[in-house]
Design a binder for this molecule. Sequence first.
Ligand code: GAL
Length: 809
Amino acid sequence: MRLKKHFLFIFSILYISTFVAQERKVILLEENWKFKKGNPDNAHQIDYKDNNWQTVSVPHDWAIYGPFDKEIDKQVVKITQNGEKKATEKTGRTGALPYIGEAWYRKTFTIDKKDANKKIILLFEGAMSQPKVFINGKKVGEWNYGYNYFNFDITEFIKTDTKNKLAVHLNNMGLSSRWYPGAGLYRKVQLIIKNKNSILQWGTFITTPKISENSAKVNMKTKVSNPNLILETKIKNANGLVVASLKSNTSFQNEFDQNILVKSPVLWSIENPYLYTAETTVFLDDKIQDKKTTKFGIRSIAYKPQKGFFLNGKHTKFKGVCLHHDLGPIGTAVNKAALRRQLQILKDMGTNAIRSAHNMPSIEQLELCDEMGFLFLAESFDEWAKPKVKNGYNRFFEKDVEKDIINLVHATRNHPSIVMWSAGNEVPDQWGSLGAKRAKMIQDIFHREDPTRPVTVGMDQVKATMASGFGAVMDIPGLNYRTHLYKEAYEKFPQGFILGSETASTVSSRGIYKFPVEKASMKQYDDLQSSSYDLEYCSWSNLPEDDFVLQDDNDWVLGEFVWTGFDYLGEPTPYDSYWPSRSSYFGINDLAGLPKDRFYLYRSKWNKKDTTLHILPHWNWKGREGKKTPVFVYTSFDSAELFVNGKSMGIQKKNNTSPLERYRLMWMDVVYNPGSLKVVAFDKEGKPAQEKEIFTAGKPYKLVLDANRKTIKANGKDISFVTVSVVDKKGIPCPTATNQLNFKVTGNGSFKAVCNGDATSLELFHLPKMKLFSGKLVVLVQADKKPGEIKLKVTGKSLKTATIKITSK
Ligand code: GAL
């Protein structure tokens, strides 16, 4: 009997899914695109011969394969927002990768004869940049801003008796960005085939305006193509069980407005990111016309003057990081495995929020934040009408700003993770009354499209925004750096709170330490690296602790978004006029995703679940014997004792003498002698609670591999990130090793890329060889579509070879 029931259940699932498939089909245009750089004549034409073009899969970033070249996008500019008074030659500002120029993508697809009467939508989630889209030789539309989602109704351009030809022209201008923007169809492209009587694209808007322990009011607005339709919404819990439903036959013009009661709601939170699914079905004369599912969360947000931000009534500070959209060695081509890894690393650090600097996030990133419990600050622009870079968004602002905001909001508003919009970052329009008017105009568009979330702008010209009224206009005044102005801004602005929309911009290179150990602004060294003692910052920025003090001592500070969670391509401050230097030093984690020391500083403060005990620097200082070599400990404990080769260096306790001493333990007078460095941390009662010991290593002897995931999906996209390090004969890590390594992947997967986190390396990410940087690097191994075993073999001269097996299912 049980068996029979089971069988029936499976049968009904299959039946429903084939049935649903007829209502609406979503086709991912992923493989077999033809790609060519340049602008050959007639490339949009239906019969254009593209056989000899390169075959690529989308998402695709044409520029990440390099080579790095200092002449690319060399900008002789004065960066006024960095306080520069004189123009200087900036190399590597946009990553020194060949993103500039025109290119075409072409793809053939067929539409089933049965779908001849259907409506067909072509959806892009971003295209870098200025895409012009053609179907069968005819132009269907264009979209200027490379970071936005856009779609076209291509019904009238489609043929069902023959193949259809899609062609996309892209054009990236030099001087159009302040970081590596990537190039190409770097996000998903999809076809949506549905009935003429159907739910409009991005036509669903779900909010949860009233929540109590017993019930939640779920408001669902659904725009449809025809006012005579009937709409049914079923709400399913995370197990797929229907917990509420409502059928409505009254639409207001073409919009249904349903209020649905969900009993005993499970709230979406950082700790328990619980997601419901709304399944909406559209009927005409009892016949199903369309069916669509939307994930959402039931949660409340409130920003209270003097008190801060509340999620579901619980006071919550933003412990956030800013992220640029590139994924290091794989560039800007969206990859969910790479995004998930970033978020896992950040979760372990105790991060609870992400800011998509300085543009629209990928849908994949939002989906992951919904699933994993991150709050999201979704940003839109780095420029409005006034330029930062000559060919930036200022060229499109007047004409496009409204439609760009509409698409941002409509495409992403159902993600519970988004708790705030950002209308811009350090826009030069902060000066003058026209800027304040623009701020109001833009914020009003956000409010009109989404009355449930506030709007901020990251402001660096705080005094100017006080004078112009700009800062008073915004729902949430966001301060970028300017820690010395927080108090004044809080008092002068009317809102009653301040957000650290961008903080710290401390610079460091993983595993590199400089002497003497001292606090310094814009410090430069001959090797173009920055010190991991975490005491170096920019002329406009500060150390993490300056923000910690503000965050911890004031409820009216909503939280912070540190610049940045990971290093990114481009903007190699403080070396932006030095070559070779092509990626940032700001990251808490490096470009390979490996933690720098700073990771543990943030973790010691942000991760309340786990303890942190981390020592720096490494203890391999040949030539520094007998010299002062300060030791810092980043820990969640309040005090600790340090030992060098068993000899106590004394106990340090966090104290209020200075911001640094409040959050780090520092032994400034330690003298280097090879051997062991040990720290013993004490609990509140003063009892030893945890210890950590590091040792001076001998010669590099053996390679060690560690995969972040040993089982991956056989879908042609999933990635295992394998950290490669080198140890001596005793197994002690060699923190200064720079050995040249080679990689070979066999079996049902391939070598995808490699990265060592060195901002000055000109080795190419996609070639299977690279030098270790500070003893480490990361190899990306990608699954094929065929399941099976994948083997990565790593070799290096005079080193014991290592292999690792990864299973792809
Ligand atoms: C900020 C800016 C960021 C980045 C950062 C570097 O002023 O908003 O995009 O340039 O400085 O410190």
